[in-house]
Design a protein around this ligand. Structure first.
Ligand code: HEC
Length: 453
């Protein structure tokens, strides 16, 4: 992703940590939203199909309620969907700069598939409502004396719209799956540094066992989240019960409780699979601890579901929603500490890059000219032990520099990291210079030596 690399500004260590927090916050906003959108679209498409097959209006109605649940406001899609993906993309691009991963590329693709999926999901939702309208039109005009061609036009339109409904729902869910897969793949790749720098970076994301298990776990979690949101919106204390008949409410409660319980009790299995398939290097004690807490939380949620099913009530639905949000935070913290483990080495690479950038930046404005002048460094540090023509503490440069002629790089290396060379002298202490300073002083002493020959 060259264009992203060009946008990268070298960051100091503090800034990098700040970026990490922004990334965590982004994930805490985005993952629950994506899971609610995916879960409700998936269930809606499923009930839609069931409704068509059985001709039972309740299924279709539930399918419509499900999709209305998450698409009530377009700016939410923008704020919780598009902006977080962009922000994650830039954060990872900065954090993994020089890391040779395709994390940001994968996020860019997931942004594109996300936009496609949102368009499809909205088309799905609107075609649903249009279908109702068209049916109404048909029924109202049944007995009226309207001509046959109008009737067949309405029928034709209904048929087309039904087709659009079916297709857009399917595309919506397929593209949401792809979005989730690419996003999760990027997160997993970021936290497994031994997979960086591969020859086929993109395949690396797609064919990864840990991504696959994480994806399955995410889908299950989406169903759990959707069930909880359904229970909450239909049965919260101040919900308007009059708009729905008891029969329908009972139907919704039954399905939401069941899918909620089944998804929460199977989730731990998938988390376990994911931990097993994650590369051992990025696992730490903290991660196991968070995994245990997550297990306990899921157990608690399952118990709540169990009680609600027994009593056929939805009284804990708000607690379940709340606990699932906590679960998401656990998930993000777990991913983040995995990322940190693999990232700790990379941060050194970036810190060096930053120092380099800083000196270059200063020298552009003349500020660094003082700092990296070779003459200053020689006069300030080296002169105490080195003259050109006579021995002080260290050997005279006129004796030692000839072997470095034309090999200035070696000289710089020696100054940065002096080794024991001549048994007649003590070892030279490391002068703690920055690479740019070592280079400047090396050039200075070499020039002075050559001009004095
Ligand atoms: C505290 C004394 C001391 C200071 C300060 C010092 N050096 Fe040295 N330097 C030595 C000694 C002692 C040796 C001989 C080490 C040996 O042969 O193992 C040496 C050796 C060298 C050599 C010869 C290496 C070789 O391949 O034989 C170079 C070049 C050199 N120093 C450059 C520098 C520069 C540049 C600075 C200032 C940034 C510096 N030194 C500061 C003590 C010092």
């Amino acid at each position: 992703m060259e264009f992203l690399d060009k946008l990268v500004l070298p960051q100091s260590e503090h800034h990098l940590h700040l970026l990490e927090y922004i990334l965590m916050l982004t994930l805490i906003l985005f993952l629950p939203y994506l899971s609610a959108l995916t879960g409700s679209t998936l269930l809606s498409v499923w009930f839609n199909k069931k409704g068509r097959r059985s001709g039972d209006a309740k299924y279709l109605r539930f399918s419509k309620s499900l999709i209305d649940l998450v698409t009530f406001n377009k700016s939410i899609t923008f704020g919780l969907g598009i902006i977080p993906i962009l922000s994650a993309m830039f954060c990872y691009a900065q954090l993994l700069h020089l890391g040779e991963t395709s994390v940001s590329l994968s996020l860019l693709f997931s942004l594109i598939t996300f936009i496609i999926s949102v368009i499809a999901v909205y088309a799905y939702k609107h075609s649903f409502h249009l279908q109702d309208l068209l049916s109404l039109l048909k029924n109202e005009n049944k007995d009226e004396n309207i001509d046959e061609s109008t009737k067949s036009e309405i029928d034709n339109y209904r048929w087309k719209n039904a087709n659009l409904n079916k297709r857009s729902g399917l595309y919506g869910i397929i593209f949401l799956f792809i979005t989730a897969y690419l996003f999760i793949g990027a997160m997993e790749l970021a936290s497994e540094s031994n997979r960086w720098g591969s020859d086929y970076p993109f395949l690396n994301i797609i064919f990864s066992l840990s991504t696959f298990t994480y994806f399955l776990y995410f889908i299950l979690l989406s169903i759990a989240v959707t069930s909880a949101i359904v229970l909450y919106t239909f049965f919260r204390p101040n919900a308007d019960h009059n708009i729905f008949d008891q029969d329908y409410l009972g139907f919704v409660k039954n399905y939401a409780l069941k899918s909620g319980l089944i998804s929460t009790i199977t989730l731990p299995l998938f988390i376990l699979l994911n931990i097993i398939s994650t590369d051992g290097n990025s696992l730490s004690f903290g991660i196991y601890l968070i995994a245990v807490l997550a297990f306990l939380l899921l157990m608690l949620i399952s118990i709540f579901y169990y009680i609600m099913i027994k009593e056929s009530s939805a009284k804990y639905s708000s607690s379940v929603v709340f606990m699932l949000l906590i679960f998401f935070s656990f998930m993000v913290i777990k991913d983040h500490s995995a990322f940190n483990t693999s990232y700790s080495q990379h941060i050194n690479v970036l810190a060096k890059e930053y120092t380099k950038y800083e000196t270059e930046f200063k020298s552009q404005f003349g500020g660094a000219a003082v700092e990296i002048s070779g003459a200053d460094i020689y006069n300030g540090r080296c002169i105490a032990c080195h003259q050109f023509d006579r021995k002080v503490v260290g050997p005279p440069y006129n004796e030692t520099l000839p072997k470095y002629e034309g090999k200035i790089e070696d000289l710089v290396k020696y100054i940065l990291n002096p080794k024991k060379i001549n048994p007649e002298y003590p070892a030279m202490p490391n002068q703690g210079l920055k690479p740019s300073e070592a280079k400047a002083v090396a050039e200075y002493i070499m020039q002075t030596y050559q001009s004095g020959k």
